[in-house]
Design a protein around this ligand. Sequence first.
Ligand code: SF4
Length: 479
Amino acid sequence: MGRFVEAADRHQASFLLAFLEDYVDADNPVRIIDAFVDELDLAELGFARVQPASTGRPGYPPGTMLKLYVYGYLHQLTSSRKLEREAGRNIELMWLTGKLAPDFKTIADFRHDNASAIQIACRRFVAICRALGLVGGGMVAIDGSRLRAVNTHEKNYTKGKLARRKAHVEESIARYLAELEEADSAETRPATPRIHHLTERLASLRGRLRELEEIGQQLQAAPDEQVSLTDPDARAMATGSDHRGVVGYNVQAAVDTKHHIVVTTTVTNRGHDRSHLLEMATAAQAEIGAAEMIVLADRGYYEGEQIRACAEAGIIPMVPKPNTSPAQARGFWSKAMFVHEPETDTYRCPVGAQLQKRFARVEGGKLISVYFNQKACGACASRALCTAGKEKRIRRWEHEAVLDAMERRLQATPEAMAVRRCTVEHVFGTIKGWMGATHFRTRGLKNVSTEASLAILAYNIKRVVAVAGVASTLKAITG
Ligand code: SF4
């Protein structure tokens, strides 16, 4: 006769193991959180209430609260209510916190009150990754991802959106007024329920119009002409995956290519990437301590001044040029077909004519030289393919040699962009997967930055466990 695996009797005295320690294996990642936080100098990092107050109700130790949060982000328990619940029933958390189970308000307040300190603490884990030899230091990939804030599209306004919404309300008011007039002339007194309904709708729409006018005043005062009502720091940003874009934040990360450890991260509410290359590259360089470092980034980061500043800081940028040639868009040969010859400081055109530098002028704060050869173009049989004008003019930025050198590097290393993709894109894929369909829990740039730091720390802990294992990591933490 067959039988099942036998369950224990839940009424027996020794149903559970006697020691909490027995529930946490030696290779349980929770031990990394415990050791990591224990090694931090919380007072130096700026945590509040590191020393217990001599009067009043005793508070929870900040180290325990930090452990609770790191555990939470490692297991996708990011809300304070979920953490409160888990602290009371999750054996690993009981082990980690010594069975302390703060209420959700205390948990939420800790994240809010220690935002900057938590961010610094999260960054300290990179030093452990370096000690384990997991950070190569020679090459990092930079990327950004737009993550949703606690602010719907409906609560975000730009000038265009406001105009559309106002027009819609005004249209509705006009329609209801016409209906009211018609009902008024057709009905006898006293007013019928229909007239009551129309009057109420009109009052509500007029109230909505007043609200929109107030938002219009806020928009005029906003430096970037955008207003978000729920989370004032959140901004509407374009994304490749959703035609509506997101109202949220731009999370930037620099990831070392050796073992895909995130070496630095920052959160901004600027929706584009082109102004982030230098900031991220220098932050990564400082974190890694590399004198010379290659930085891989996608076309969104291509900005001349940023690339030049990186090169001056000992950083070797590799950023492909965007495919945005205006000449090509109009059906003419693109600038890429014209080769600059540094010895003579001239351009060689596709049919072999030499274009000389004729004059220079400042455009948008940059010194631009203009090259052309009127005579050659006048006699050129291919002119219809080259320009709509009398002669083709090529414009060159005074520091364009930096961009040319970068282009040559990219051509010599065709695998660079594949390395960038493999290194950095799954970091955001993983974090978005953890977040699921949800958004950041908190509001405001500072608090959202704390959330992003905790998510990145959780990601790095997972990488370290996968690559080095728990025992080696614990050894690196405790020295
Ligand atoms: S039009 Fe001028 S620049 Fe263009 S291919 Fe002919 S000679 Fe060269």
